[in-house]
Design a protein around this ligand. Sequence first.
Ligand SMILES: [Zn+2]
Length: 455
Amino acid sequence: MSFRLFGFPVRVGFWFFAIALYLGYLRVPAGTQGAPSLDAWWVMAIWLPIMFTGVLFHELGHAFAARWFGQEPSIELHGMGGFTAWSSLVPLSPLARVLVSLAGPLVGVGLGAAAMVALWWAPVAPGSLGEFALQSLIWVNLGWGVLNLIPILPLDGGQVLAAAMESVLGQGARRWAYLVSLFLGVGLVAATLAQNMFVATALLGLLVFQNYRGLQLERRLGADRPLVDFLRAAQAQLDSRNFQEAQQLAQVVAAQAKQPDVRRHAQHILAWAWLLDGNIEQAEEQTRVLSQQGEVEPALLGALRLALGRASQAIEPLEQALPHRPEFVAPRLVHAWIETAAFRRASELLSSAIGHMISHDAGRQLGVAAHDAGEFQAAGEIFERVFYRTGDGTDAFNVACAHSCLSDEEKAREWLNRARKAGFHEVSLLDADPDLAPLRATSWWSSFRSRFSGV
Ligand SMILES: [Zn+2]
């Protein structure tokens, strides 16, 4: 489920609802000890909106704070709660990050405290639905707010801890934040285990694992850690086709990176930006530098060779890249196949496991080009592939044309029948297509033709 709220894109995953239902089920009271039993449906009807708004308001707290610091946040609710992300071109200062991280729990603590006051003053009967609603408001808002303040990454408290350490220790502080989170997490795992709180132990174990992975990544990146944000921003600019901005950011990273993989990623972005901006010479030069030090991303190599007019050399890397970036690669690959008349190769790949990555329309384009080039065998196979996917009568008609051109009248008749059954009804094509001339001279034709309405 996705929608926009106050201009923020919000996405709610399946697991959020599943967990919310489960927690609501746990809260249905047994109705023993003399208290009146609450209707389970009413309990759910009250619980679900409270849980949903509780987690959502928490994230909105983060989102409004982040917007105030010039970011464009988006919200996601999932099985583990919620998450507010922003694509930060303007990096936030440690103080701003502390405030954004605190804003979420503060909303929850505020709402929870208000519900506590209401429970104190309002005339709700013990064991009533009104009392249940107020208790749930406290439980969700206050509980979720306080829980998130535990100083373990990636909880809000952990984010505060990391930002605070960064303002004191500068670069390299994140490693210490991971270490502190790790030790605290292990301590809490032991404590909850001793109390038989197994669900909490499992969740904390997950956090401990995440921090262990974070620490590993931090070790590997070393001094290049701050450059990774630049790299991510460069990639985002490239994806939104802001080529100059992407180049400026990637150039900084390429010049300063000490880790080869960080530097090569930046150089790839540079080459892509040149290429997509239409500066083929610079793209070629950058790619030459890349190829001297290692392997070049196949999609880049293929697209560059195609742009240089070397379509036959572009096919191999493009075929390699097709499964990874189908929407970018497929049209270029089709272009290269047509330009080099590699229709047999195209037909082979269309029948393979990755053939579905070529769109129907691109497949038809290939079939027409093969037909026009006189490659009727390949044209027939290509349209056959397309027909199996579309079930469109016109595609079957084109298979028939290819067979007719190959003088295989039996196959041509078979495919014309298939075309008719699949809804093909363009009698003008039947009567005029020169491919079918040999068939029209046969006695079979008149009986076949009479099955179509219109003379
Ligand atoms: Zn939060």
